[in-house]
Design a binder for this molecule. Sequence first.
Ligand SMILES: N[C@@H](CCC[C@H](N)C(=O)O)C(=O)O
Length: 320
Amino acid sequence: MTATTTATPTAAPPAGRLVATKGHGTQNDFVLLDDRDGALDLTPALVRALCERRAGVGGDGVIRLVATAHVDDAPAAARAARWFMDYRNADGSVAQMCGNGVRVFAAYAQRLGLWDPAAGPLDVGTRAGLRTVALVPADVGEGLWFAVGMGAVTLPGGATAVSDGGDAHVDVAGLAVTRPGLSVDVGNPHTVVVLADGADLARADLTTAPEVAPVPHDGTNVELVVPLGEEAGPDGHPRGHVRMRVHERGVGETRSCGTGAVAAAAAVRAWGGDQAPDVWLVDVPGGTVRVTLHADGQAELAGPATLVAELDVDLAALPA
Ligand SMILES: N[C@@H](CCC[C@H](N)C(=O)O)C(=O)O
């Protein structure tokens, strides 16, 4: 049951202009567009121009808020949501899901008057299915975080043991040897590689995409993780802790990836066996998020979402 409100439509911008909002979740940054009536022709070229960091607005991706009724290729499960997150990577490609993005989408829906958190969670349609967002107390710092029901997390290559490491081989520039990688599906594809320590993590060169073999059919996001051990959580139960860097499909290295954090937690728990914790803090260059892995295979991602600026974009001034 979605808790959306009936908001008055915004006035259309003048011809040649686009009203946009800039936001981020742990410094994974996005250009947000209010296209609730589905009138915008969001071409790959427009996405690339908006995301361009020097001549454009700058972002790891574009998030278009649109009524699900206007999305022809929305999966059946997403049709229960009134609003749909149409997510595009900075290179113009379409992605099924974005864990940081869906939190920022919720903050944006709230700002637009389309969601009242006091009335209940927000249902969000995505290409990976239905996602649900609610406000929760922050784990790190003050204020509120956005907690997202992320759906099922699966290991397409099967569960693995530490000694096996995974179902793929990953070659990361800057690291001497090829590492095992574990494929994790969070609605979008991930390959998680465990490293020994922070020195290895710092040494990894993510200015080029890690080479994954066998080559994933639809590409993959690659997470490099270093386990940091366990600590007691606020409820007294042990909580796992990892540090992560990520190379995102369709973008390059980013300062955070929410689906990647879920994949990292799922992989480290698979390597750790039955005794591994269900709750994980994942430190990324842009901050910290919390992942909860439920016994039924469902995951929750919690973290901050920040709206930074309202922008009046001159389309004619964007790079070609
Ligand atoms: N940064 C996002 C993931 C965005 C999509 C990804 N690059 C893909 O192509 O699958 C996140 O926070 O999950």
